[in-house]
Design a protein around this ligand. Structure first.
Ligand SMILES: [Zn+2]
Length: 60
C-alpha cells in the first residue's frame, strides 16, 4: 500500500470509495468510486499555498 511513485496516493474508504491525497499539501483532491475517476482531479489540482505555508511552519 505504500507506493511512493505517485504524488497522489489513494486511500480506500470503508464504504468502498477512494480518496486521492496530495502528498505536498495533504488535501483530499478527489473522491470517487473508481480509482480511474481520480486522475482528472489530480491533474487539475493546485496546491493550496496556505496549507503549504502552515506545513512549512510546522516543520521549521
Ligand atoms: Zn496539493
Amino acid at each position: 500500500m505504500s507506493d511512493n511513485s505517485t504524488p497522489y496516493p489513494h486511500r480506500l474508504n470503508e464504504e468502498g470509495s477512494y480518496d486521492s491525497i496530495c502528498r505536498a499539501c495533504f488535501a483530499t483532491v478527489a473522491r470517487g468510486k473508481a480509482e480511474s475517476e481520480l486522475s482528472a482531479y489530480e491533474e487539475a489540482h493546485i496546491c493550496d499555498p496556505t496549507h503549504m505555508l502552515s506545513d512549512t511552519a510546522r516543520r521549521c
